[in-house]
Design a protein around this ligand. Sequence first.
Ligand code: ADP
Length: 629
Amino acid sequence: MAKKQFKTESKKLLDMMVNSIYTHKEIFLRELISNASDAIDKLYFRSLTDDSVGMKHGDFLIRLSVDKDARTLTISDNGIGMTKDELENNLGTIAHSGSLDFKSAEENQNDKINIIGQFGVGFYSAFMVADNIKVESRAFGSDEAYLWESSGADGYTVKPCEKETAGTTITLHIKDDTEEEKYAEFLETYRLRELVHKYSDYIRYPIKMLVSTRKKKEGTEDEYEDVFEDETLNSMTPIWKRPQSKVKDEEYTEYYKTKFNDYDAPLKVIRQSTEGTATYTALLFIPSHAPYDYYSRDYEKGLQLYSSSVMIMEKCKDLLPDHFSFVKGLVDSADLSLNISREMLQHDRQLKIIAKALEKKIASELSKMLKNERENYEKFFKEFGAQLKWGIYSSFGVNREELQDLLLFHTSAEGEFASLREYVDRAREGQDKIYYAVGETAEKIAMLPQVEAVLSKGYEVLYLTQDIDEFCVQILQNYDNKAFVNVCTDNLDLGDEKEKAELKEANDKSEELFKFMKESLGDKVAKVRYTNTLKNHAVCLSSEGAVSVGMEQILNKMPGTEGQNIKAETVLEINMEHPIKDKLLYLFGNDKEKLADYTKILYAQARLINGLNLDNPAEISDLVCNLMV
Ligand code: ADP
């Protein structure tokens, strides 16, 4: 019999499948099982209105069977089946499947992996693991059955065959093993069981397979025999489809642990079912600790995507905004087509609506958690808070409304953390600023002279200890009409008019002194001046301009900034109430050399107070020793 040719497009795709180097060859089973399930759906729906079908829901099943000697894997269903024409049309041309926009596939055809990864390629994916495929099918209501057979891109044949009942049986002749690929794994019970678990667990019809177990022979003491028994490989009801009230917390926890490979229970389980503009069920988890690669480039965000209980994507990135990339879980929506490609998904309206709704839900759950489960929230925030702050920074504040009330910062007030709302609610009468300071730890920041000064006036100070913190508040600029100010760099305006005038006068008077001191420090500082905000300390460092001393440190640590040497405009501030002031003035008139040394020491002290290293510790140590002897 002459072979019929596949339609051109199909031929190209087939060719790709046959020679596939795609690493997820295993998905072929998912594809064939979901086709079988669809075919059963069709007959089942028909049975609801057509008595001649004579079958109940419980009569339908999908069966896998293996013949290791013949190297065949068979997938059969008792669904609607296909007529001769349907066999030709459905399996002879890919365009007919309607779910594959082949144009875009052609554009990418050099990139085989990409295409196969992008499309649920349906029936054709079986050619990744099989070198010959037989499809025996009998359409419901017909008394004829046909066998469609193909060994790949060179064409297919269709001829009559015998088949007792309606449905389809697909027999794959599994390819020979090669050095790189062990196709024989698809003939192993454990592997098939595993694949059904992974991809098709929740198919609503039983997927059965005869499985052999060694059992004691009846009536004997120690004789064993292989007994074949039917095993149902899938659990059939997804946990997220069961009524919420019927699922115990432990069940969610167990599900999370096994599906998302975490040894700890999640901090929060979020379940959402909606109908309306988008119909979907979501089961989301907030992990209790960040995965080891979370803050690295290797981490991939995403939710599993199911279409009517069949998994269509392991990690759908588009369902989660970056700032909630820590969320794990899945979305099941009947509105999405099973074979939708990733590219198409990006433009899918439905998916966008779902993503927006999920984002809102996650934000509101976090906000509830902050309100009602403070301890848990702080635990969460220690793990993932930086990501929320990053979300504000990287979006240039676009996400601020959603995220700003979820932020926590270390604080001088009671408790480890404060939210911005808490800060503002307990701000002093007439306080129009949110004070913050930057440093390595809350303890170190609390000791900064400028911080002490602000605290002594009764204000709360936020302690920014994470690298991202200062960038985040700089983007926010203000919260509830109160501007963020860095107590070490910004003009705090704490003193009254008289004090301000005194400070200006003193600074003007000492202009020459400061010029000399600045010169003796070279380009280490941009300026030297008096301050009246320090309580006890003689000196401190502050800065002018957009880059603070803390940011200078972080920016220069970041990859890609080597050699750029980003510099803060550092200012060495001298406490004008401190006796050191008179000493400096005296030296300026009498001993410039000593003044230069003193200046170096003062600068070193200021660095140490700010938690910074010295670049010339030996020199400073010698200078101090000289003073001592
Ligand atoms: P898709 O499932 O995306 O439509 P496939 O290439 O997997 O694409 O299948 C093409 C068509 O072949 C299906 O739409 C369906 O009509 C038919 N088909 C495939 N498998 C079966 C089956 N087991 N029983 C009945 N029809 C089937």
